[in-house]
Design a protein around this ligand. Sequence first.
Ligand SMILES: Cc1cc2nc3c(=O)[nH]c(=O)nc-3n(C[C@H](O)[C@H](O)[C@H](O)COP(=O)(O)OP(=O)(O)OC[C@H]3O[C@@H](n4cnc5c(N)ncnc54)[C@H](O)[C@@H]3O)c2cc1C
Length: 226
Amino acid sequence: MKPVQITTIKMKNFKLFSNSNKRLYSKCKTNSYDVLVVGGGIVGFATARALISRNKHLHVGLVEKENRPSVHQSGHNSGVIHAGIYYKPGTMRAKMCIEGLYKTYEYCAKNNIPHKKCGKLIVATNESQIKSLNDLYERGLENGTPDIKLINGNDIKTIEPYCNGVRAIHSPHTGIVDWAVVTKHYAADFVNLGGQITYNFKVKSFEEYKHNRALRIISEKNVLLL
Ligand SMILES: Cc1cc2nc3c(=O)[nH]c(=O)nc-3n(C[C@H](O)[C@H](O)[C@H](O)COP(=O)(O)OP(=O)(O)OC[C@H]3O[C@@H](n4cnc5c(N)ncnc54)[C@H](O)[C@@H]3O)c2cc1C
């Protein structure tokens, strides 16, 4: 993968401010960042971790309005490690979903994160759904989803005895993981690489200053910054 391009913001000096403590924070060197990521869900932590691991000298911070990672969507999803069947072929999403599949298994194994490559069945429960299922299968093939197969009703039973269907796509590499746990590991990696996390910091606004060469990030309330 190409390194993250940060050329436009790298030269700027981001400062973290709380309205009532401007003076204190403006003098506090540790609260000055090259890049500040807002939001501590999986996207925020993955981004912050990637930035700092590829740019060792970059001073990266992350602010999150809650008191811990993945309180919102990243902690409330179906926990599927997708294998890239659904996305439109040729899109970045389709490509990255399959890259992400392999990287997720690798990362989980390396970090002892509980996960399971249980496979998935996408099932046509009656004849009228077969055309859509076949189209989806073609899409999966085009995307390069590994080892997918079209199977009939009897084969469905050998994989999942409680499932009734006339035809199905079997995706053996689809799996499950608790993405909130993955996010927490990303957060720990980020800190170990020198990143700084500030929880309970709800970004309210951004203000340019120093003749637009720096940016203040304003929170709603007072936050103690370390
Ligand atoms: C029903 C459902 C099921 C899904 N199932 C799957 C699945 O099985 N597999 C899969 O890979 N994906 C799944 N997804 C998608 C996946 O959950 C999301 O793509 C992912 O969690 C998005 O992460 P995020 O970091 O962008 O968002 P979030 O996890 O919501 O993180 C955003 C963070 O920003 C913080 N924030 C917001 N505003 C501010 C502010 N002003 N200041 C500071 N912090 C702020 C929030 O507190 C939050 O922590 C599912 C989605 C849905 C809706």
